[in-house]
Design a protein around this ligand. Sequence first.
Ligand code: GSH
Length: 373
Amino acid sequence: MRDNKGNPITYILIGSPASLFTGKVRGYLRWKGVSFEETTAAAEVYRDTIVPRIGWPVIPVLQTPDGGMIQDSADIIAHIEAREGGTPILPDGAVQRLASLMLQLYGDEWLVIPAMHYRWNYNADWIYGEFGRTSAPGATPEEQVAIGRNIGERFRSMVPALGVDEATIPGIEGSYEAFLGEFSAHLAKHPFLFGTRPSLGDFALLGPLYAHLYRDPKSGELMQRIAPRVARWVTDCHDPAVIEGEYLGQDECPATLLPIFRRQAAEQIPFLVETARLLAQWAGDNAPGTAVPRAVGELPFSIGGRTGKRAALTFSLYRLQAALDHLDSLDAPDRLRADQFLSGIGAGQLSEFRLPCRLERQNYRLVLGADDS
Ligand SMILES: N[C@@H](CCC(=O)N[C@@H](CS)C(=O)NCC(=O)O)C(=O)O
């Protein structure tokens, strides 16, 4: 099979137009110029391919030319980076790379809160239909809504665990709208996060900002109305014509991004530090190789000046670990600049912070790593 440029199709992205993490990977693959086709994860694809091969129902999955399967958006991106070469997705500069990894943590694990809130509290009927269209393309519209409801309930049931409730909703909306304002101000000066070339951070933000917050109709109206520049960036991130471009010189992290990082430092980082405390208790009772639970309890959190409770999700610490590993890899001068960046955004505690254990992925699941201390 060949794509529309006549190149052989080598990779298959199994995902869905409505999926957050499919959006992150799709944008990346298009920018990278990798030849791929997308297969929609209809019910039988979950049944015949995803669940048997991955072990649980999750997207996106990338099927490689040799028939291998990769799950987890970061693992997919790392695999393509290693195999395909070309223009790297991570900046070389210590600070820009750290900032990219921090924004991956933010996009994947915190902006998912407004993404899910707006989807399920403003676009529920639409998304039920959408899930039905994707899962059962041959069914009648009525059947699709019924099928979509069935599928959608699984995702809708995750919303309370994210901390979305009557008390926190004004904070979630306030925080998201402030983020849109800050990102718009940045985009008035730079087309992407670190200059004229997109980075991992761009595609990580694209996850929540595309499928849920741009493509879901009510959310898209809001973005177009109050942050049209962000809406344009969403489309730019899908346009392979932006392959050219450069990161800003001297490893500069633009000042216009600092309010976004300060928001992350104020809202997400304290929650992750507390999550790590709960993980420490769990890790003390379990042997290396044990599957890590998705959540290790429930914790208070603050967002946009409101407080609530949400599940202490362990996967967020896996994304934090990637940023901390990068910090640990730096030589002294780079480490100093990275530490200065962290203290400048109000996340100086990360310079000293250690996760209580290593988190690893085995068989597409998070497991407790061997003690390396
Ligand atoms: N860390 C994973 C997250 C993937 C994920 O949460 N995918 C959603 C759809 S966008 C899903 O299938 N969730 C099912 C579940 O979490 O049970 C990644 O980056 O690929």
